[in-house]
Design a protein around this ligand. Sequence first.
Ligand code: CTP
Length: 399
Amino acid sequence: MRGKSILLVIGGGIAAYKSLELIRRLAERGVKARAILTGAGAHFVTPLSVSALTGDKVYADLFSLTDESEMGHIELSRAADLVVVAPATADLMGKLAAGLANDLASTALLATDKPILMAPAMNVRMWQSPSVRRSAGILARDGVQFVGPNDGDMACGEFGPGRMAEPLEIVAAIEKMLEVRGGALDGFKALVTAGPTQEPLDPVRFLANRSSGKQGYAIADALARAGADTVLISGPVEIAPPSNVTLRKVVTAREMLAACEAELPADIAVMSAAVADWRPDIAANSKIKKDTEHKAPAIRLIENPDILATLARHKNRPRLVVGFAAETDDVLANAVGKRARKGADWIVANDVSGNVMGGDRNQVHLITAASQEHWPEMSKTDVAHRLVQQIARQFQERS
Ligand code: CTP
């Protein structure tokens, strides 16, 4: 994780002193921390100690003109690779869960496009209270990750869950989130489909869609960086393939299916291609000419094979099958139905009614049998990285 940077939000609690040690442990590992100290946090640790350890100024005030001119609060929240909240108080958790932003810490948490890790610390009864349970549930569904709290004697004299995780535990959680350790997917084979398919009508005309292939190419790259032997099966796109993958170029849905089947067995399949659902029933061998009576030809469409559903039910089914759901309406409900119907393990759902196809950013929901995570809008590269982290975690847990 050397060279990475984190934004550390220090909330108000006795455990704030452990965040000072966290900064030191991160620095030892070459990770730069920049800190936001909340008003309550400043009652427990001084801005001077935090600043001495981060080697940077401490950000505290949403309405500071100097801070805004040096680095705006939005930029502050995005310049880091990860946002860590330690200690995460009931107040900070509740604000983020409710979407409130009335100070620098809560504003940065709402504005960030980076993953968030929270290390809660509070009294046992507070942690167990229905409202904090509710906040924790909402945050987990929104993709926030947690480390701790641990059981133990608490400063307030009670015993139970509420103690903030130890600095080295937080470092381990950060490490897990920051990077798929080089080699996390060593020895695994991954298939990725990407881009559109083109379904010919005649030698010069075809049916296609606006898919740019950017999301699938980024996923293939991230899988390969994590060590997977990655085959990228791509429809016609304009972008350059990552250098670390095996590229198989195809044109039609049937070619894409054949290329996928030829690569089985594989451990992981990520089907991000925007496969044309239909093709013209006949692809003429020569150019269809205009009728002298100006009668437009009728094009009859027939359904293409469903590559995702075929792989998900294949006798050589990959251990993890991930599909995409491009939706313009009822994104979540449609994606949940699609996961079950196609037999995928996970579905990455996105709303494609805006500028997603062809754009560089994406806002997705990760739907599994057990959970739904709603990720904030981020670059397609970050979506790829985060998805591959989840994949790596899944394989680490299984092995
Ligand atoms: N997919 C596929 N083969 C097809 C159609 C889609 O493999 N012939 C895959 C896509 O790569 C994606 C998932 O299925 O992973 C969902 O694609 P999407 O276009 O959202 O779904 P459709 O199958 O078109 O369903 P609907 O028409 O209901 O949206």
